[in-house]
Design a protein around this ligand. Sequence first.
Ligand SMILES: Cc1cc2nc3c(=O)[nH]c(=O)nc-3n(C[C@H](O)[C@H](O)[C@H](O)COP(=O)(O)OP(=O)(O)OC[C@H]3O[C@@H](n4cnc5c(N)ncnc54)[C@H](O)[C@@H]3O)c2cc1C
Length: 427
Amino acid sequence: MKRYETVYDVMVIGAGFAGMAATLFAAERGLSVAQAGATGGIDFSTGFLDLMAVHPVAEGRYWDSPWDAVDAVIRDVPGHPYARLGKECIRTALDDFTTFLASQKLEYLGHADRNTPVFSPAGTVKRTFRVPRTAWKGTEALRDKAPTIIVDFHGLKGFSGPQIVEMQKQQWPDLKTARLAFPGSIGELYPEHMAWTLSAPERCAELAKAVAEHARNVEYIGFPAVLGLNDPVRTVSLLEELTGRHVFEIPTLPPSITGPRLRATFDRGLAPRGVCTFSQKMVLNARRADDGLFSFQIGAAGDVRTVRARNAILASGRFFGKGLLAHRDGVIEPIFNIPVTQPSSRTQWHTERFFARQGNALNLSGIEVDDRQRPLGTNGAVLHDNLFAAGAILAHHDWMRMKCGAGIAIATAYHAVRSMIDSGSKG
Ligand SMILES: Cc1cc2nc3c(=O)[nH]c(=O)nc-3n(C[C@H](O)[C@H](O)[C@H](O)COP(=O)(O)OP(=O)(O)OC[C@H]3O[C@@H](n4cnc5c(N)ncnc54)[C@H](O)[C@@H]3O)c2cc1C
């Protein structure tokens, strides 16, 4: 009996934005892919795809054009992940990613060369590059300051219509709010349960009826993002039909349904592409044999599988995803023991004011890679010619403050897959 059944073209380590994107891009190019990973940033995301909006972070300068912002970042921060890619690569990566999402009923909209102002869950406005179709009408209402009502629900935490109105009232007098009972429910409400409930047309009809008396003089109705899980565009269209108003969603505070929607979309879309998914499983260790093949142990004590692959893409994130671990004496990368660029001592991890606008040095930590996104060792040489890296684990960016999280993850995943294919990845 053979000890190993399959040798995959690539093992993707990570199931956040970068891991999902790398898996998709590799599978679409005909590579056999195994993927492992647990909960990542994607599960908590607002669903907006940020490309680049703030630079320099110390000045908090917002950019309307993400591409001008990318140019500025490449000029000012030569180590930034975008500096290795070029704008065409970034654009193609995001287009391919959103084309896939649209094919799975999760359509995104946005301008070619402009960021779009959107509501954050707290009622503030941020700029982002791609917006789920279900939130798009909200960007129009916001732009035109049109007569709009924000609906929230008794028992739903993490979303407050009055807070949004309070934040916007100076510049938007025609914005109002109403708090309703959610159809068929009393007590505490959870976005996922609400989304399932509203997948049923009769529940939508009840909701539309409840909203009607509050929505007489408005053009737009904004809801928390609970309007369906697998086909939210259909739920939004139905509510528009039933209310005769434009309808849009605003993400709730994490965990919002917008993250599980993305994950469910990948679960649906990757399986038919032949991806072998180790869902909620971690790579425990990696070994590279003399013939260059990687073998990975995946799972947890008592339930460990071995997977072999010709290449690997490390998309394990930073601290949140556990791609980097912060120990008392420094930050490490636990799977391959790749050196991590980091502040020289722990006292420099943070500034005295934790929420200082310029951010904390620790948030620029990460691994170094060459132009083909292969991790570098302490001597600056490529560690393995068949190991690539993508996403937040790369050094020299503060995605949270720069508003470039999904953009970096998706574009670097694209570049990693392309580099891997260029180096002859298939068996
Ligand atoms: C609350 C929140 C809201 C956000 N909102 C937005 C937004 O609105 N727009 C935007 O553009 N971005 C947003 N982001 C950021 C975006 O999610 C991150 O930039 C992005 O997640 C980074 O992606 P990543 O895949 O590199 O890392 P992560 O998302 O951290 O994913 C890392 C993955 O690696 C896996 N992993 C780690 N170690 C192992 C191992 N040993 N074996 C196997 N798998 C492993 C983890 O389980 C996880 O699946 C948000 C993030 C958070 C946390």
